[in-house]
Write a protein that binds this ligand. Sequence first.
Ligand SMILES: [Zn+2]
Length: 340
Amino acid sequence: MTTMQAAVLRGIQQLAIEERPVPEPGPGEVLVQVNAVGVCGSDVHYYQHGRIGDFVVERPMVLGHESGGVIAGVGPGVDASRMGQRVSVEPGVPDLTCPECLAGRYNLCPDMRFFATPPIDGSLAGFVTVHAAFAHPVPGSISDDAAALLEPLSVGVWACRKGRVSAGSRVLITGAGPIGLVATQCARAFGATEIVVADLNPHRLKLAADLGATATINVADTPLSEAGTEPTVLLECSGHPGATVDGLRTLNRASRAVLVGMGDDGLPLPLTFIQSREIEVTGTFRYANTWPTAIALAASGQVDVDSLVTGHFPLAESEAALLAAERDPLAVKSVINPQQ
Ligand SMILES: [Zn+2]
């Protein structure tokens, strides 16, 4: 096979299915036949607006960065026995030589080449090449969908690590979208004993309760300030300014706030509150070294990402997959099958 289909963003709200050559794996790379791609909010944002902050789509770009598949080719220097291996693709390859990479913080590498972040093409295509070390083998107990969704699961793992969630933690999660829902499950797996999830969408709150939240708050009915919760860790997964500030203000002394949702530079934070309580505030930017943990959590059944999937789409219907969450309040995570 020399050509493949790819879902290419050609402009704002212009998605085309194009015939493209199958890429050749370079030295140290593998070729992955992509079997499942999860739709992320960032894909939808690029589709709707053509940009996220400083990242602007200036020429056609293949979308997609949550992907699982099978190794279908190896480049020079890669063990040929990896052919046929089922893998989950970690979609950002850093330069592995800069001070951040050498310090182990490769997610902060300034030369990161991240799938579906301009100008790098993503994985919403029949095949994709990636550094062999970033194609993580998965056991047979992990489905193709789950292999793809180890990427958002990694965001949840990283959020819990940054928040130092551990046995006995009391965690507040604002936002019950896919990231809030994986963060809920990760918090439980990390040992949190109180996991309160806040959102406006009753369906998603129900899902959060099913996946391990010990309590849920519908902020349409009960403001966070009146919910009586006093967490030791806030995992802010909504990016909503009100949720961020209100969530911060519930925090106990010497607690931690982890900003995972995409925020707004103009948001005024309650600095006196933060200072007088010695609250630590940190952002998260993707993740580093999370796949081994994500694979173990999914393979052991401690985290269930398959239950987040609310729709499957062939590649030709990628646009419908992108729009599903906006059109249907019951939709959580769309998965596209590039081989269909
Ligand atoms: Zn680097």
